[in-house]
Design a protein around this ligand. Structure first.
Ligand code: 1Q0
Length: 215
């Protein structure tokens, strides 16, 4: 695992990456989108081995996108918009569900995009929660409302078991490393609308090109 994934999680750093990923024209820079996820993986890695299979998948998806960015086609992968255009123009996406391009940029980003919806729902619950509310329940409810619909039974079960092991709210806030609980809530108040905007832009783009069900 790369060193950066073993470092301490910093909520502000994640927020900064998601902020940087939006251009003034509302294009989404893949490099910063990926750094946002890599930042989140640091938190996941500090939660214990039950989260290992999730962290592994997130790292592998971010790696696929970074490899595209570093390839000779890299400039086409600068933004989500340019990637969609490039892969569609060159027929590099399984729009007709044939499964020829199981690692296209579009389908890989779609998996993270769906996870972003979970994150948005989870963080909003966390932000508005009371001290003794259960993080495991917030996480599970957010998951059932979003990502679970795209996962088979075995993954849903494994994810559900991992959620049970989440630290209680005060300890979870501590892991988030953003100061007092009030300060964490404050940062979350800025994070949620930002994630929401990034999610919405991607959702509309994918919808427009009929990419929301890529296998
Ligand atoms: C805090 C608890 C974190 C719990 C994470 C919840 C998400 C559960 C996702 C379970 C994914 C299971 C692993 C594999 C799934 C793949 O099959 C699936 C589809 O891909 P494919 O290639 O098989 O079609 N992959 C996905 O759906 C992508 C999943 C990416 C999940 C990334 C989660 C990163 C989590 C970060 C921790 C967030 C901490 C929140 C607090 C931070 C405050 C800003």
């Amino acid at each position: 695992m790369a060193d950066s994934e073993n470092q301490k999680f910093c909520l502000q750093e994640v927020l900064d990456s998601f902020k940087l990923c939006l251009s003034p024209e509302k294009e989404i820079y893949i490099e910063h989108y990926v750094s946002g996820w890599r930042g989140l993986v640091k938190l996941l890695n500090s939660l214990g081995s039950l989260f290992g299979f999730i962290s592994k998948d997130a790292v592998s998806k971010t790696q696929i996108l970074m490899n595209f960015l570093k390839s000779e086609n890299g400039p086409h992968y600068a933004t989500v918009q340019s990637m969609v255009k490039f892969e569609l123009d060159n027929e590099l996406v399984d729009v007709d569900k044939k499964g020829i391009y199981p690692q296209s940029g579009c389908r890989t980003l779609l998996r993270l995009h769906r996870a972003l919806r979970w994150l948005q729902l989870f963080l909003e619950r966390l932000r508005t929660s009371k001290e003794d509310d259960k993080t495991s329940v917030m996480c599970r409810d957010a998951y059932n409302e979003s990502l679970a619909q795209h996962h088979p039974w075995l993954i849903r079960k494994s994810a559900g078991m991992a959620f049970y092991s989440l630290p209680v709210r005060p300890a979870f806030f501590e892991v988030m490393n953003a100061g007092t609980p009030e300060q964490v809530v404050d940062v979350l108040g800025k994070a949620v609308p930002l994630l929401c905007e990034v999610y919405q832009i991607t959702e509309e783009l994918y919808q427009k090109h009929n990419l929301l069900d890529l296998p």
